[in-house]
Design a protein around this ligand. Structure first.
Ligand code: NI
Length: 162
C-alpha cells in the first residue's frame, strides 16, 4: 500500500465523467487500498478515484474514523434519495475552504464492494453527505459548484474533509 498524490481543483481530471470499472481486479483493489491510506493520511473521510488521478467510478469513505468502518463503492448507483439537509463540507482537492451545500438527508447506494460483490447501503445525516459528495466526484462535480456559501478556513486540522 502506498500514498498517492491528491489532485487539486484546477486540474481537468477532476472535471471528467469517470468510466465504469470493468472488473474489481487486483490492480483495482490495490488502488482502493492506496486511496484509504491516502484519505487517512490527509485526515479525510472520503476520497474518490479521480482525486488520485484515476478516471474510474469508485470511491472510498470512512465517515466515522472512530469506528474504522470503511466503505468501498465500485460503480456506485444512487437507488433513492430522501429529504434534505444543509451540509458543512470540505474537500481534500479544495484545501483551505469549506462550504454549505443542500444535500439529501438520506441516500441509498448500490454498487460493488472491494471484493467485487454487490452491496447496497442506506446512509443518513453526515454519512449521506459524505456519500453524495464522493458520488459527485465521479461526475466531475465539486461541492464548490453547488455550495450556497464558501468560506476560507484557517488551521483547523480537526475538520473533516472529503
Ligand atoms: Ni471531495
Amino acid at each position: 500500500m502506498a500514498l498517492r498524490n491528491i489532485v487539486e481543483d484546477g486540474d481537468p481530471i477532476l472535471r471528467k465523467h469517470c468510466r465504469p470499472v470493468d472488473e474489481v481486479s487486483d490492480r483495482i483493489k490495490m488502488i482502493l487500498d492506496d486511496m484509504v491510506d491516502t484519505m487517512r493520511e490527509a485526515n479525510g473521510v472520503g476520497l474518490a478515484a479521480p482525486q488520485v488521478g484515476i478516471i474510474r467510478r469508485m470511491f472510498v469513505a470512512e465517515p466515522d474514523p472512530e469506528t474504522g468502518q470503511v466503505y468501498y463503492f465500485v460503480n456506485p448507483e444512487i437507488v433513492t434519495v430522501e429529504g434534505s439537509q444543509e451540509s458543512e463540507e470540505g474537500c481534500l482537492s479544495v484545501p483551505g475552504y469549506m462550504g454549505r451545500v443542500d444535500r439529501p438527508e438520506k441516500i441509498t447506494i448500490k454498487g460493488l464492494d472491494r471484493d467485487g460483490k454487490p452491496q447496497e447501503h442506506t446512509f443518513e445525516g453526515f454519512e449521506a453527505i459524505v456519500m453524495c459528495h464522493e458520488f459527485d466526484h465521479l461526475e466531475g462535480i465539486l461541492y464548490t459548484d453547488k455550495a450556497k456559501e464558501i468560506y476560507e478556513i484557517t488551521n483547523e486540522p480537526e475538520e473533516a474533509e472529503e
